[in-house]
Ligand binder design. Structure first.
Ligand code: GRF
Length: 220
């Protein structure tokens, strides 16, 4: 567990003092359907993403629907070869991602369904500037199939979490959460719909807040 001061530092000065005089450049990484990435792009279009601008969407799967957001929103969306491993990003794959993200002058990297464990070199390159959305109330139900885990466990309240990414998978400092009640009649499918709807509210709100100059300067 992080000491409170460390968590507060992460929370109040997420992007570093002096960062982002011209807005916050955001790069999104995802492997799947991209509904959270879509919500971020929609929020930007609606003027609801604070000073954040999505500069690129990168995926480790060439067939991922998330890449269709590029032409739909006029933003770069590219497949980047992640290298030979199925579940992690290391070696040349990791270097390719770091270089591509740096080329976009990213101030904030958003993992939105990126199905790989990222390692130290990547984390150090963007220390304190990588966030992830996870479909449970962390620290409960880390890892894969978190909605199913919560449903099968039988908790009455679950939800979603946005947190900073550290070397501790799904264990970095929590930025914000939204709770979802599991009602008597809920099925796994209806619960998934409710959790995803909560994610779609939470993630743009967090990105907007992190992009607020007052928050970036460390003021409440
Ligand atoms: C979301 O449930 C997110 O919490 C998890 O992966 C899923 C991605 O969904 N990390 P989508 O690709 O954004 O629709």
């Amino acid at each position: 567990m992080l000491p409170l001061d460390t968590a507060r530092l992460f929370f109040l000065e997420p992007l570093g003092s002096g960062c982002c005089a011209h807005g916050v450049n955001v790069v999104i990484l995802g492997s799947g359907r991209g509904s959270n990435a879509r919500r971020l792009l929609e929020a930007e279009r609606e003027g609801a993403l604070g000073g954040a601008r999505v500069k690129a969407v990168f995926s480790d799967r060439p067939e991922a629907p998330i890449l269709e957001l590029g032409p739909a929103f006029g933003v770069e969306a590219s497949y980047l070869d992640p290298g030979p491993y199925k579940t992690k990003l290391t070696g040349e794959g990791e270097t390719a991602y770091v270089d591509a993200i740096e080329a976009k002058q990213a101030d904030l990297v958003v993992l939105a369904g990126f199905m790989r464990v990222i390692k130290a070199t990547f984390i150090q390159a963007f220390e304190g500037r990588i966030i992830n959305i996870h479909p449970s109330l962390l620290p409960s139900f880390k890892g894969l199939a978190a909605i199913r885990q919560a449903f099968e466990y039988g908790v009455r309240i679950t939800g979603c979490t946005v947190h900073y990414v550290t070397g501790d998978v799904d264990g970095g400092p929590i930025i914000d959460q939204e709770a979802v009640r599991i009602e008597e009649g809920d099925t796994l499918q209806s619960l998934e719909e409710k959790v995803h709807a909560a994610e779609h509210r939470l993630l743009p709100a967090v990105v907007a807040r992190l992009s607020d100059p007052a928050v970036r300067r460390g003021r409440p």
